[in-house]
Design a protein around this ligand. Sequence first.
Ligand code: COS
Length: 395
Amino acid sequence: MSDNSHSEWPFFNPQHQALEQKIHTWVHSVQQFTAVEENVDTTCRHWVQQLAQAGWLHYAVAGATYGGNTNAMDMRAFCLIRETLARHCALAEFAFAMQGLGSGAIALFGTDTQKQRYLPAVAKGESIAAFALSEVDAGSDAAALQCLAQQDEVGNYILNGEKTWVSNGGIADFYVLFARTGEAPGAKGISAFIVDADTPGLSIAERINVMAPHPLARLTLRNCHLSSTQRLGEAGQGFKIAMATLDVFRISVAAAALGFARRALDEALARVATRQMFGRTLADFQLTQAKLADMATGIDSAALLTYRAAWLLDQGKSITKEAAMAKMAATEIAQQVIDAALQMMGGLGLVSGQPVECLYREIRALRIYEGATEVQQLIIARELLRERLLQKEKE
Ligand code: COS
């Protein structure tokens, strides 16, 4: 296995180091820790149960009184777990990550009653969570969403519209869903809601098959009646709730990319050390060595950005820019590392089900979901310009 010493970096405390050991031991102890892709719904439900029984889902929820491991989210712990799961099984990693993202806005912005109702069940694996922001014509431009939530005469809501690219769509027990409530045009007229999957009028319009399969769906809402108590945060604050939630969980997307990249390097090292070619091993060639050096350096730079962002968040600092940097760098680097590993595998890397072939498919979505690389670039530049303005004002 390639270098695994990053938990000794100063970003981490002894609890994190112990946690990393524990999750490593666990992933190796779990039988059949491989992707079973025939039925992604069954497999994901299975992983939610396994992760809950082993206690890992407590790290996906913030708030010790709501089933969380700690009061505030421990993002370094969340990332270490997500990274380690990604290194071994993409669907286990997906199941873990979605319990966090799907319930994250409730932990951050929910009332005590909402937290009591939803979070402990997520931490125990009794409830599966999902996050529904995107629409067919509102992906990167999230503020363009059109799903409508109209208030009736007593202040409850009636939802109509569609949501798409919803991970866990079809198996989720509830959706944190964003809809237009019209307080103002654009981003200021959106609110967040918790919509139970069995709400009359909510249906799965389509299951979406993607290159690395996981539960994914388009949802339809037709006259879905929601109590005003299901609104999350203030009316009109939904866009900020979505952005703040994504800020937090984008750091962990970087951690997942790291896990995929580390596994690719593991596979590449094992391959080049034994593969005979022209009377030598592949590792004896300087061309191979140069590639390995680039892969390992890329992984460490991505890890530094990822755990810097996680550490800053855990210190209560603003992380919009740092999370975007981590997500962009780690996912782009992981794509390059995995591509290089596949090249070293030769024809074997193309064979369906081989680890590097799976990684090659798995990594691609991470450069798109939770804000494409181009969106991260916009965010980083916007933050830089904003910081410059603030600096100018001080001078
Ligand atoms: N945290 C809190 N508030 C935020 C925020 C953040 N990270 N980012 C923006 N906001 C606030 C802004 O401060 C602004 O409020 P004020 O006018 O009161 O200052 C409001 O939200 C609108 O912000 P902005 O004008 O930047 O919105 P844009 O429509 O220009 O946003 C991007 C552009 C591209 C950054 C945004 O749409 C985005 O992140 N898109 C990607 C969405 C995504 O990740 N989709 C995947 C869904 S999950 S698969």
